[in-house]
Ligand binder design. Structure first.
Ligand code: CO
Ligand code: CO
Ligand code: CO
Length: 306
């Protein structure tokens, strides 16, 4: 076992041979958008992300379906699965099976297997003093989905947020692997700061995050100011409050802790490589990638927000 339960990383990693390890991960959830095809794409992009975050290449996947047979038309499920398959084929991943159960609440996701060289696994434990921190997607999916459920979200904002969540972290991860990366994780339910806290604990360092440089989805600041904030986002902030030293507004803190679905990668790499990786990402379609902070030795175990 290279990465197990106790590591609290994105996925499990198990060595098969000296030159080959498998990565295993599973993710499923209730619909975050109304369109079933889009939901399928998002669920697949989200499930694949943990393999990319470990520096691996996903190869096979299995569907996990909870479907309310009595109350919902089967065509909805067909569309969800079609969306999932579209993302898997874009990622060049084979669907090898799946399992479905009848459930009053619709849920969909996948179990994904990836491969990686055992010496090239990228964990959340390697961040070093002086590293630059790169975030590859804008924040805000939790807040926007709350606004969407309250029927106040702008149509264009929803379209953009749907496209962001359906975007694979594949290209960002491939570019990352061309650089001497120290640590990586993907941003999901704990939000940017929650996952950054995990990296801080695992790496035994501290971080400084520059709030004004963090990329945000349009609409997020407005909806947050109107208190359209999911419970999970507030819980994230409470849970990690002792690790945060902040000089920013309440709203900014909530956005930085916003629970993400299919969020971007948080990458820690030598400061001298940061600008070049950003340049490569911008040139190759990872347009929102930005340097959002850096790693410090002291204070250990803390994140300072400036
Ligand atoms: Co993850
Ligand atoms: Co996950
Ligand atoms: Co079965």
């Amino acid at each position: 076992m290279i990465i197990g339960l106790e590591d609290r990383d994105d996925a499990g990693v198990y060595r098969l041979r000296d030159d080959l390890a498998i990565i295993e991960t599973v993710d499923y959830f209730t619909p975050i958008v109304d369109n079933p095809y889009d939901f399928g794409m998002i669920a697949a992009a989200n499930a694949l992300s943990d393999v990319y975050a470990m520096g691996g290449r996903p190869i096979t996947a299995m569907n996990i379906v909870c479907f309310p047979r009595e109350s919902m038309d089967i065509s909805v499920l067909r569309e969800i699965l079609r969306g999932g398959i579209a993302k898997l084929s874009e990622a060049e991943v084979s669907l090898v099976g799946g399992h479905s159960v009848s459930d009053p609440e619709l849920k969909y996701g996948l179990c994904v297997i990836g491969i990686v060289h055992p010496e090239k696994v990228i964990t959340n434990a390697g961040a070093r003093e002086g590293d630059a921190l790169i975030l590859t997607k804008p924040l805000g999916t939790g807040i926007i989905s709350t606004a969407m459920k309250a029927r106040v979200a702008d149509e264009q904002v929803v379209a953009l947020f749907t496209r962001q969540m359906a975007t694979l972290n594949r290209r960002a991860a491939e570019l990352m692997l061309e650089f001497p990366v120290h640590a990586c994780t993907d941003i999901t339910g704990f939000g940017l700061l929650g996952h950054a806290c995990e990296m801080v604990e695992a790496s035994d360092i501290g971080m400084v995050i520059d709030a004004s440089s963090v990329p945000l989805m349009p609409g997020v600041e407005e909806y947050c100011a109107r208190e359209l904030v999911p419970g999970g986002t507030r819980r994230n902030r409470e849970f990690r409050s002792r690790m945060i030293e902040a000089q920013v507004s309440d709203e900014t803190m909530l956005i930085l802790f916003d629970a993400q679905t299919s969020g971007g990668l948080l990458i820690s790499l030598p400061a001298g490589d940061g600008a070049e990786l950003i340049q490569r990402m911008h040139a190759e379609g990872v347009k929102d990638a930005a340097i959002v902070g850096h790693v410090v030795r002291e204070p250990k175990g803390k994140i300072r927000i400036t």
